[in-house]
Design a protein around this ligand. Sequence first.
Ligand SMILES: [Zn+2]
Ligand SMILES: [Zn+2]
Length: 311
Amino acid sequence: MRFFLLIFLFIFSLNAHAEVMRVLFLGTGTPRLDIERFSQSILIESGDEKLLFDVGRGAAIRMSQANIPIQDIDKVFLTHLHSDHTLGISDLIMTGWVYQRTKKLKIFGPTGTTKFIYHLKKAFDEDIKIRTAHPESLDPSGLILETNEINEGLIYKKGRLEVFAFNVDHGGGVKEAYGYKITNGEQTIIISGDTNFSENLIKYAKDCDLLIHEIASAPKPLIKESAKIRGLMNYHTTTEEMIKILELTKPRLTILTHILALGGIKLESILKTIQDSTENKFEINFAYDLMAIDVKNKFNIYSVNYSKKNK
Ligand SMILES: [Zn+2]
Ligand SMILES: [Zn+2]
């Protein structure tokens, strides 16, 4: 009897604590070519699970810098189909396969994802033909791509780990853009994707642990005189809107990414404006490529750029 009780307590204790979620920023920039900031990609790891949100330029390179085997990625969640969020997918599909991905690759995203992935794979027909034949003889099962065009709601669940998609308002002719809520039953992470001020995001992000939000900022005179800059500001979240979002959602930690700082505006001045304008002193900072965060009662923030350390 006592033996069974011990087994029960052991299993219970295994289930009682959720796996710590680790967030790894693989790309924190915009379409702009920048060696320091590749375009959007965020990896969330929890136990054996690896969830990749967007696959911007260079995501595969950043994974290699962080010692993440590319062939281990088997789930991708796209916020929308802008190229700065998708340019790295062909690298993930093909290089992951060349390096022996054994599971099928599941790709969740908005309407159009299936067509997009179908044509990407088709573009590599010749390479696939060569590599599946002698002498490489690669297993074609590593190239099975399963696409899921999503709606708002729960889209993935494994144990206590859940991923919800929610609609955001990207504007600029983008009909369908999603943010994601990821939870392990204890902590909650929100990824805004690209969005203007979004009431729906506020609904999902209220009292979250970690809010990862995009930001765009430019000096006021420049916004006034340039229609192009005004347009960009309308597709994204301005500093003033960010202040409102923080007041309404009150995250424990906020990390700004997809950093669009125009007209020479400095990142420190964006942070200062936010901190000076909010009543509560929010913990907020900018993401950088290869920044990692362990999401738990006390956040642990560190860099995982192993390529620099080895020099
Ligand atoms: Zn976009
Ligand atoms: Zn973008």
